[in-house]
Ligand binder design. Structure first.
Ligand SMILES: C[S@@+](CC[C@H](N)C(=O)[O-])C[C@H]1O[C@@H](n2cnc3c(N)ncnc32)[C@H](O)[C@@H]1O
Length: 423
């Protein structure tokens, strides 16, 4: 009997404890938690230990860029009426208001503030977190060349109808009347009728409508100071494709990856395949270093961006190196024979890392010597490193880059090489 009372007390105490824990966690903005020493964040320490102690590399350097103004892609949740723009407190569906962040590009901060005022003025309802309807997210992308922002209003609706267009006309009228014209690159509406537990901001099948402005943000990733110059592609981004949130720091990863494109150290240029290639952000910076390149990505919206960048390349010789863009899943591409002549493969998968079937396809690709792996998911990279090593690829090099200073995150360039006789 005594035991039952204890158990009952414990059971009742648990929700209270959980609520306290959630509150404590929520008090810390997780993206700013390690700002004093970004390279000392737990994941950076874990990566250092893994690559030096477990993998036996002599060193693992972690590179840190600037701590403020680096973020060019911001996605803010919107909840309630009047709508609050911000971030979810960790482990909850409550929002901490965030219209300004020192991490964000100034065009994003200015636009978020004005958009919020316009939404309040136009009487737009925020998503209530349960029932369909309302503004659920805003996504802002900085056009750093012109100091403007590409704005997407995401509604928890099935389709863009006259009511939504009417609300957005009022929002835009307010923004235009309050200095928005020079701040706005473009304005889009997207419909994502997701449930409250669906964390995807954009829906694969959801409707998109561009209300004003240009289709693409154009971006050049300036090479690091002192780098050997090469023809820089102009990348093009509509809002529905992946764009690196910290392009300045990502340029450092590209610069490092460029050093690893010749697997046998000779001057022979390799036949290269890139999987998870997005709009071509990495591969199109390697054209002077490859004989040819084929790129693929599962998001079909990337293809038009990629082709538009290729069309604008400086010389026909560079254009001639680009073989194809395959808008399919990496497993399908890897199993379709695309790797049969590949000597170098570049991969930059999402956080979950490489699919097992992709690793298997690498092990069967007879000419493949090198994998240049850019990872945004350290746990998956650990798993993939072990799997690639089992399949005869030796880890030659790894370097960490802090892309989101303050967050517990690391982006890693890892280079694997397979000796011709090892297959
Ligand atoms: C981390 S992003 C990298 C994109 C690009 N390398 C860049 O730097 O902008 C990962 C990319 O993988 C793509 N992706 C996600 N799952 C995929 C899959 N199963 N097969 C192929 N591509 C996938 C996404 O569309 C996204 O463009």
């Amino acid at each position: 009997m005594q035991l039952d009372v204890e158990q009952e007390r414990e059971k009742n105490a648990r929700p209270e404890k959980m609520a306290k824990r959630r509150k404590r966690k929520a008090a810390r903005d997780p993206s700013m938690q390690y700002l004093a020493d970004p390279a000392g964040a737990p994941m950076c320490r874990a990566a250092r230990a893994f690559f030096t102690k477990t993998c036996g590399l002599p060193r693992f350097e972690v590179v840190l860029g600037r701590k403020g103004g680096w973020r060019v892609v911001a996605k803010l949740a919107v909840r309630g009426t009047p709508p609050v723009f911000g971030m979810f407190k960790p482990g909850t569906h409550d929002i901490a208001e965030l219209l300004h962040s020192d991490a964000q590009h100034e065009a994003i901060n200015a636009c978020a503030k004005l958009l919020h005022k316009a939404v309040l003025h136009a009487g737009v309802q925020g998503y209530d977190g349960k029932n369909a309807g309302g503004l659920s997210y805003v996504a802002l992308n900085a056009d750093t060349m012109a100091n403007r922002a590409q704005v997407v209003c995401v509604f928890n609706h099935e389709k863009v109808d006259t009511s939504l267009r009417g609300q957005m006309a009022n929002v835009l009228a307010y923004m235009h009347a309050h200095g928005g014209k020079k701040l706005l690159h473009s304005v889009w509406v997207h419909c994502n009728p997701a449930g409250r537990h669906d964390n995807n901001i954009f829906a694969h099948e959801g409707a998109w409508e561009r209300l004003e402005g240009d289709k693409f943000i154009e971006e050049r990733l300036e090479p690091l100071e002192g780098a050997v110059p090469y023809a820089l592609p102009i990348l093009r981004f509509p809002p529905m494709v992946f764009r690196q949130a910290n392009p300045e720091a990502f340029a450092g990863i590209i610069a490092e990856a460029r050093k690893w494109m010749q697997p046998d150290g000779s001057s022979k240029l390799p036949v290269t395949v890139e999987l998870y290639g997005g709009v071509g952000t990495i591969g199109l910076h390697m054209l002077d270093l490859v004989r040819s390149i084929s790129i693929s990505d599962a998001n079909p919206h990337n293809k038009a961006c990629f082709e538009s960048t290729v069309e604008g390349l400086e010389t026909p010789a560079l254009r001639a190196k680009v073989r194809a863009y395959d808008p399919r899943d990496a497993v399908q591409v890897a199993q379709s024979g695309a790797l049969s002549n590949a000597e170098v493969v570049i991969v930059d998968p999402p956080r979950k890392g490489l699919d097992k079937d992709v690793v298997y396809a690498f092990s069967r690709a007879r000419r493949l010597r090198r994998i240049v792996y850019i990872s945004c998911g350290f746990k998956a990279l650990q798993r993939d490193t072990v799997a690639l090593q089992r399949n005869g690829f030796k880890l030659d090099f790894a370097k960490g880059h802090v892309l989101f200073p303050g967050a517990d995150h690391i982006e890693t360039l890892a280079v694997f090489t397979r000796d011709a006789r090892a297959q």
